[in-house]
Design a protein around this ligand. Sequence first.
Ligand code: SF4
Length: 328
Amino acid sequence: MSLQQNDKAKDLPQLDIRLCAPRGFCAGVVRAIDAVEKALNLYGAPVYVRHEIVHNRYVVDSLKAKGAIFVEDLKDVPDGPAPVIFSAHGVPKSVIETADQRHMLAIDATCPLVTKVHREAMTHHKKGRLIFLIGHKGHPEVIGTMGQLPDGAIVLIESVEDAQAITPPEGIELAYATQTTLSVDDTAEIIAVLTRRFPQLHQPPREDICYATTNRQEAVRIVAPQVEAMIVVGSPNSSNSQRLRETAERYGCPKAYLIERAADLDWNQLSGLKSLGLSAGASAPDVLVDEIIAAFAARYNVKVETVTTAQEDMFFPLPRELRSPTPI
Ligand code: SF4
């Protein structure tokens, strides 16, 4: 550091940054992004991706620059040899059927932990049970899970009020499943209502909220009461990122913001801080966290301390179609 830089650092106010760990990319997101990159390497551009491969604009823009084309509907994919990849959130069965009918080279990057929920739902359905799916209406993962079964087989429960109001037909067995990226606390409240009202309700053999969602919320829960403000790096359509921001508020952080890039930081809201918590949703790359730290370092004399609440070593292999690729 030069003498001038040293003097500048002395003039800046001190800021303690508590960096949550785990944060950022989960195993399902790494696998989905790797799937698009591997498909681009194997087949060349373009590679079509149905829906944002993961909910992060930076990731999507980076893949677009490499030759990925994102579409919302298979009808926007022209006939031809280019592969089409289904996003980490999963797809309804009807999408897979359409791809088959059109003889598309389809690569399914659905996170294995979402597929696990699909399988549970199908098992309950085979046993004649009505399924309550706890989740957010319109989220692609919920659309995908509900689309595994015929209409009416799954009832969406979005809130405690829904859990209190639902009146299933008499004499039918009941089960529940959840979206993988929900608030651990909100979901526990909804499950408590359902199990009180329906004591015979069948539960998932293992928690549906995934390890990455749970671990990131736990780190934010520990850091939130220790800091004056919390920044969660993530896109507004990222469910698990939104839940991290809410967790920070719930556990006592007075200012909690979800932002995509350093350019979104509102320095009027962030002036005069002495402590800051920092996390990132499961679809946000660490390069964006570094960008935020650099932006604070230009205005504060920052000290970064990592607060680790869990170790993660989860790994998912690439989709089967990319492990033994189909020649075109
Ligand atoms: S957040 Fe969880 S369910 Fe979603 S992609 Fe990551 S590991 Fe899979």
